[in-house]
Design a protein around this ligand. Structure first.
Ligand code: ZN
Ligand code: FE
Ligand code: FE
Ligand code: ZN
Length: 263
Protein backbone atom coordinates (compact mmCIF):
# COMPACT_ATOMS: atom_id res chain seq x y z
CA UNK A 1 0.00 0.00 0.00
CA UNK A 2 1.23 3.52 -0.73
CA UNK A 3 1.65 6.34 1.79
CA UNK A 4 -1.01 8.89 2.71
CA UNK A 5 0.57 12.33 3.03
CA UNK A 6 -2.47 14.59 3.25
CA UNK A 7 -4.06 14.54 6.71
CA UNK A 8 -5.12 17.14 9.24
CA UNK A 9 -5.25 17.84 12.98
CA UNK A 10 -7.74 19.58 15.28
CA UNK A 11 -5.50 22.67 15.29
CA UNK A 12 -7.16 23.80 12.03
CA UNK A 13 -10.52 23.84 13.86
CA UNK A 14 -12.37 21.65 11.31
CA UNK A 15 -10.73 18.25 11.79
CA UNK A 16 -11.04 15.70 14.57
CA UNK A 17 -8.68 13.11 16.02
CA UNK A 18 -5.10 13.40 17.19
CA UNK A 19 -2.10 12.65 14.96
CA UNK A 20 -1.54 9.60 17.19
CA UNK A 21 -4.92 8.27 16.05
CA UNK A 22 -4.23 9.05 12.37
CA UNK A 23 -0.87 7.31 12.61
CA UNK A 24 -2.35 4.21 14.27
CA UNK A 25 -5.08 4.11 11.62
CA UNK A 26 -2.51 4.28 8.81
CA UNK A 27 -0.38 1.56 10.35
CA UNK A 28 -3.40 -0.68 11.04
CA UNK A 29 -4.65 -0.25 7.45
CA UNK A 30 -1.28 -1.30 6.06
CA UNK A 31 -0.26 2.03 4.52
CA UNK A 32 3.48 2.33 3.93
CA UNK A 33 3.74 5.68 5.75
CA UNK A 34 1.61 8.51 7.00
CA UNK A 35 2.29 12.21 6.74
CA UNK A 36 0.54 14.93 8.71
CA UNK A 37 -0.07 18.10 6.71
CA UNK A 38 -2.32 20.55 8.47
CA UNK A 39 -3.34 23.94 7.08
CA UNK A 40 -0.49 26.42 7.45
CA UNK A 41 -0.44 29.30 9.91
CA UNK A 42 -0.36 32.86 8.58
CA UNK A 43 1.64 35.72 10.09
CA UNK A 44 -1.60 37.49 11.06
CA UNK A 45 -5.07 36.04 11.74
CA UNK A 46 -6.45 35.20 8.28
CA UNK A 47 -9.47 32.88 8.27
CA UNK A 48 -11.18 30.38 10.54
CA UNK A 49 -9.88 27.08 9.11
CA UNK A 50 -6.12 26.93 9.81
CA UNK A 51 -3.77 26.61 12.78
CA UNK A 52 -2.74 29.84 14.44
CA UNK A 53 0.90 30.84 14.54
CA UNK A 54 0.75 30.51 18.33
CA UNK A 55 -0.26 26.85 17.89
CA UNK A 56 2.59 26.04 15.52
CA UNK A 57 4.93 24.63 18.22
CA UNK A 58 2.01 22.51 19.41
CA UNK A 59 1.68 21.14 15.86
CA UNK A 60 5.29 19.97 15.86
CA UNK A 61 4.76 18.41 19.30
CA UNK A 62 1.65 16.53 18.15
CA UNK A 63 3.50 15.04 15.18
CA UNK A 64 6.45 14.12 17.40
CA UNK A 65 4.04 12.45 19.81
CA UNK A 66 2.52 10.40 16.95
CA UNK A 67 6.00 9.43 15.82
CA UNK A 68 6.99 8.02 19.17
CA UNK A 69 3.61 6.31 19.65
CA UNK A 70 3.87 4.20 16.50
CA UNK A 71 7.67 4.00 16.13
CA UNK A 72 9.31 2.65 14.05
CA UNK A 73 6.33 3.12 11.73
CA UNK A 74 7.16 6.23 9.62
CA UNK A 75 5.27 9.44 10.42
CA UNK A 76 6.29 12.25 8.10
CA UNK A 77 6.04 15.96 8.85
CA UNK A 78 4.35 18.08 6.23
CA UNK A 79 2.22 21.19 5.89
CA UNK A 80 -0.58 22.12 3.49
CA UNK A 81 0.31 25.65 2.48
CA UNK A 82 -2.08 28.03 0.77
CA UNK A 83 -0.43 29.54 -2.24
CA UNK A 84 -1.42 33.21 -2.32
CA UNK A 85 -0.16 35.71 -4.83
CA UNK A 86 2.58 37.75 -3.12
CA UNK A 87 2.73 35.24 -0.28
CA UNK A 88 6.05 33.73 -1.34
CA UNK A 89 8.19 35.36 1.38
CA UNK A 90 5.98 33.87 4.10
CA UNK A 91 6.06 30.45 2.42
CA UNK A 92 9.85 30.64 2.36
CA UNK A 93 9.79 31.50 6.07
CA UNK A 94 7.54 28.51 6.77
CA UNK A 95 9.91 26.28 4.82
CA UNK A 96 12.65 27.15 7.31
CA UNK A 97 10.55 26.69 10.45
CA UNK A 98 10.82 22.88 10.80
CA UNK A 99 12.54 19.81 9.41
CA UNK A 100 9.83 19.16 6.85
CA UNK A 101 9.59 15.91 4.97
CA UNK A 102 7.48 17.64 2.31
CA UNK A 103 5.45 20.77 1.70
CA UNK A 104 2.09 20.63 -0.05
CA UNK A 105 1.03 23.60 -2.15
CA UNK A 106 -2.71 24.20 -2.30
CA UNK A 107 -5.03 26.67 -3.94
CA UNK A 108 -8.24 27.37 -2.06
CA UNK A 109 -8.33 31.17 -2.53
CA UNK A 110 -9.08 32.26 -6.08
CA UNK A 111 -9.54 35.92 -5.07
CA UNK A 112 -9.08 37.76 -1.75
CA UNK A 113 -11.72 36.47 0.65
CA UNK A 114 -12.97 33.77 -1.74
CA UNK A 115 -11.93 30.26 -0.79
CA UNK A 116 -13.56 28.43 -3.66
CA UNK A 117 -14.17 25.17 -1.77
CA UNK A 118 -15.93 26.93 1.12
CA UNK A 119 -19.71 26.27 1.06
CA UNK A 120 -20.14 29.74 2.54
CA UNK A 121 -19.40 31.19 -0.93
CA UNK A 122 -21.47 28.72 -2.94
CA UNK A 123 -23.87 31.43 -4.15
CA UNK A 124 -21.01 33.11 -6.01
CA UNK A 125 -21.14 30.33 -8.58
CA UNK A 126 -24.53 31.61 -9.67
CA UNK A 127 -23.27 35.16 -10.12
CA UNK A 128 -20.92 34.69 -13.04
CA UNK A 129 -20.03 32.23 -15.79
CA UNK A 130 -18.29 29.09 -14.58
CA UNK A 131 -15.55 29.75 -17.17
CA UNK A 132 -14.53 32.90 -15.28
CA UNK A 133 -14.32 31.00 -12.02
CA UNK A 134 -12.25 28.28 -13.66
CA UNK A 135 -9.98 30.97 -15.12
CA UNK A 136 -9.34 32.40 -11.66
CA UNK A 137 -8.75 28.99 -10.14
CA UNK A 138 -6.42 27.62 -12.81
CA UNK A 139 -4.40 30.84 -13.03
CA UNK A 140 -3.75 30.51 -9.31
CA UNK A 141 -3.03 26.78 -9.58
CA UNK A 142 -0.64 27.35 -12.45
CA UNK A 143 1.25 30.00 -10.44
CA UNK A 144 1.30 27.64 -7.47
CA UNK A 145 2.75 24.90 -9.66
CA UNK A 146 5.29 27.22 -11.25
CA UNK A 147 6.45 28.63 -7.91
CA UNK A 148 8.84 25.77 -7.22
CA UNK A 149 8.09 26.17 -3.51
CA UNK A 150 6.36 22.82 -3.04
CA UNK A 151 7.12 19.12 -3.23
CA UNK A 152 3.52 18.14 -3.83
CA UNK A 153 0.45 19.92 -5.16
CA UNK A 154 -2.94 19.29 -3.58
CA UNK A 155 -6.28 18.36 -5.13
CA UNK A 156 -5.59 19.65 -8.68
CA UNK A 157 -9.15 20.44 -9.83
CA UNK A 158 -10.68 21.38 -6.47
CA UNK A 159 -12.74 24.09 -8.26
CA UNK A 160 -15.13 21.31 -9.39
CA UNK A 161 -15.97 20.42 -5.76
CA UNK A 162 -19.63 21.46 -5.96
CA UNK A 163 -20.06 20.09 -9.48
CA UNK A 164 -19.48 23.31 -11.45
CA UNK A 165 -17.64 22.46 -14.66
CA UNK A 166 -17.54 24.24 -18.02
CA UNK A 167 -18.62 22.28 -21.06
CA UNK A 168 -16.25 21.47 -23.90
CA UNK A 169 -12.54 20.80 -23.89
CA UNK A 170 -11.07 21.41 -20.43
CA UNK A 171 -7.50 21.25 -21.70
CA UNK A 172 -7.46 25.00 -22.11
CA UNK A 173 -7.23 25.07 -18.30
CA UNK A 174 -5.34 21.82 -17.81
CA UNK A 175 -2.48 22.33 -20.26
CA UNK A 176 -0.90 25.52 -18.82
CA UNK A 177 -1.10 24.07 -15.31
CA UNK A 178 0.47 20.78 -16.35
CA UNK A 179 3.22 22.57 -18.22
CA UNK A 180 4.07 24.68 -15.14
CA UNK A 181 4.01 21.68 -12.82
CA UNK A 182 6.17 19.56 -15.11
CA UNK A 183 8.69 22.40 -15.41
CA UNK A 184 8.88 22.88 -11.63
CA UNK A 185 9.29 19.15 -10.96
CA UNK A 186 6.59 18.88 -8.28
CA UNK A 187 4.39 15.83 -7.80
CA UNK A 188 0.59 16.00 -7.68
CA UNK A 189 -1.88 14.13 -5.57
CA UNK A 190 -4.69 11.91 -6.65
CA UNK A 191 -7.10 12.78 -3.87
CA UNK A 192 -9.99 10.60 -2.84
CA UNK A 193 -11.54 13.51 -0.90
CA UNK A 194 -13.65 14.50 -3.92
CA UNK A 195 -15.52 11.20 -3.65
CA UNK A 196 -16.95 12.49 -0.37
CA UNK A 197 -17.95 15.87 -1.85
CA UNK A 198 -20.91 16.90 -4.06
CA UNK A 199 -18.89 16.30 -7.26
CA UNK A 200 -18.49 12.65 -6.25
CA UNK A 201 -15.22 12.03 -8.07
CA UNK A 202 -11.53 12.16 -7.25
CA UNK A 203 -9.31 15.20 -7.79
CA UNK A 204 -8.06 15.41 -10.53
CA UNK A 205 -10.31 14.12 -13.32
CA UNK A 206 -9.02 11.08 -15.27
CA UNK A 207 -8.20 13.23 -18.31
CA UNK A 208 -5.96 15.48 -16.21
CA UNK A 209 -4.32 12.43 -14.71
CA UNK A 210 -3.56 10.91 -18.12
CA UNK A 211 -2.07 14.19 -19.30
CA UNK A 212 0.02 14.36 -16.11
CA UNK A 213 1.31 10.87 -16.87
CA UNK A 214 2.24 11.95 -20.40
CA UNK A 215 4.06 14.98 -18.96
CA UNK A 216 6.07 12.78 -16.58
CA UNK A 217 4.54 14.29 -13.43
CA UNK A 218 4.66 11.86 -10.48
CA UNK A 219 1.68 11.19 -8.22
CA UNK A 220 0.85 10.19 -4.69
CA UNK A 221 -2.50 8.93 -3.42
CA UNK A 222 -4.07 11.18 -0.77
CA UNK A 223 -7.12 11.04 1.43
CA UNK A 224 -7.09 14.63 2.76
CA UNK A 225 -8.38 13.00 5.95
CA UNK A 226 -10.03 15.33 8.44
CA UNK A 227 -10.74 12.43 10.81
CA UNK A 228 -8.81 9.20 11.52
CA UNK A 229 -11.43 7.00 9.83
CA UNK A 230 -10.69 8.77 6.52
CA UNK A 231 -6.99 7.83 6.43
CA UNK A 232 -6.29 5.86 3.27
CA UNK A 233 -9.97 5.91 2.37
CA UNK A 234 -10.79 4.62 -1.14
CA UNK A 235 -7.12 4.03 -1.97
CA UNK A 236 -8.11 0.84 -3.81
CA UNK A 237 -10.21 2.93 -6.19
CA UNK A 238 -7.47 5.55 -6.49
CA UNK A 239 -4.81 2.96 -7.27
CA UNK A 240 -7.06 1.41 -9.91
CA UNK A 241 -7.67 4.80 -11.52
CA UNK A 242 -3.97 5.66 -11.42
CA UNK A 243 -3.08 2.36 -13.10
CA UNK A 244 -5.75 2.83 -15.74
CA UNK A 245 -4.20 6.22 -16.52
CA UNK A 246 -0.78 4.63 -17.03
CA UNK A 247 0.89 5.10 -13.65
CA UNK A 248 3.02 2.24 -12.34
CA UNK A 249 4.65 4.20 -9.51
CA UNK A 250 3.97 6.56 -6.66
CA UNK A 251 6.51 8.64 -4.74
CA UNK A 252 7.60 8.93 -1.12
CA UNK A 253 9.01 11.92 0.71
CA UNK A 254 11.56 12.22 3.50
CA UNK A 255 13.56 15.35 4.31
CA UNK A 256 12.13 16.99 1.17
CA UNK A 257 13.73 14.32 -0.98
CA UNK A 258 11.61 12.17 -3.23
CA UNK A 259 11.94 8.47 -3.99
CA UNK A 260 9.90 6.24 -6.25
CA UNK A 261 7.94 3.14 -5.26
CA UNK A 262 6.00 0.69 -7.41
CA UNK A 263 2.25 1.28 -7.21
ZN1 ZN B 1 -9.11 21.24 5.74
FE1 FE C 1 -7.00 21.75 0.73
FE1 FE D 1 -6.21 19.23 3.37
ZN1 ZN E 1 -6.68 19.84 1.42
Amino acid sequence: MPADYHTHTPLCLHATGSPVEYARAARDRGLAEIGISDHNPMPEPFDDWRMSLADFPRYLDLVAEARSDVAPYPVRLGLEIDYLEGGEPWIERLAGMADWDYLIGAVHYIAPGWDVDNPKHLSRFAERPVEEIWDLYWKAYTRCGASGLFDLLAHPDLVKKFGHRPSGDLRRWYDPALEAIAASGAAIELSTAGLRKPVGEMYPAPEFLRLARDAGIPIVLSSDAHSPNEVGLDFDRAAALARSCGFAETVRFAGRRRTTEPL
